[in-house]
Ligand binder design. Structure first.
Ligand code: HEM
Length: 146
């Protein structure tokens, strides 16, 4: 069960990264092209929002089930322990908060260009944070591509 959650959490990164990139490109082109905020934009935003929160839920299940919350004196000294106990969680939480805020704040903006602009910037910062907080194989924490 836990292994399954781990695989889901791992694979979902690619779906999320793809969706975030699509939101970034569409919001940028619609912001600069002064286009309306369509039903499709809202749907894409909602799907990304939901998958982000599923990722959050899976992340916390893994965090507590695998004991990453158990801090010891060496937690902050050992890079691999510090990464999953603190850095990965904090970086992802900020990114998820930005994606959530983009949706909540965006709903209150009537002007389409302003809404696209807000979505664009919040998602760009979230993408940078997510990319930097993923344990890519080249980070040396022993994780694979999938
Ligand atoms: C957008 C958000 C997130 C993305 C894209 C993401 C991505 C990943 C990836 C790619 C892995 C490596 C999986 C593997 O190699 O099998 C991982 C592991 C992990 N993530 Fe996340 N994560 C996110 C959010 C979170 C959050 C909010 C938490 C909550 C604490 C969390 C907790 C964990 C834990 C504990 C592991 C290590 C599991 C283990 O012991 O093998 N993640 N994450």
């Amino acid at each position: 069960m836990l292994t399954g959650f781990g695989h889901l959490h791992s694979a979902n990164r690619y779906i999320l990264l793809a969706l975030i990139l699509i939101v970034i490109f569409t919001s940028f082109s619609k912001w600069r092209g002064k286009q309306s905020y369509s039903v499709q934009d809202d749907k894409l935003n909602l799907i990304t929002f939901i998958l982000t929160h599923i990722q959050l839920l899976l992340g916390f299940i893994l965090y507590f089930a695998k004991g990453w919350y158990q801090f010891t004196p060496s937690t902050m000294k050992v890079p691999a322990l510090r990464f999953f106990s603190v850095e990965h969680m904090v970086g992802m939480l900020i990114a998820i908060a930005l994606i959530t805020l983009a949706r909540i704040k965006g709903k209150k903006i009537a002007e389409a260009a302003k809404r696209h602009k807000l979505t664009f910037w919040y998602y760009v910062i979230a993408l940078i944070l997510i990319f930097a907080s993923i344990p890519w194989p080249f980070r040396g924490f022993g994780n694979d591509w999938f």
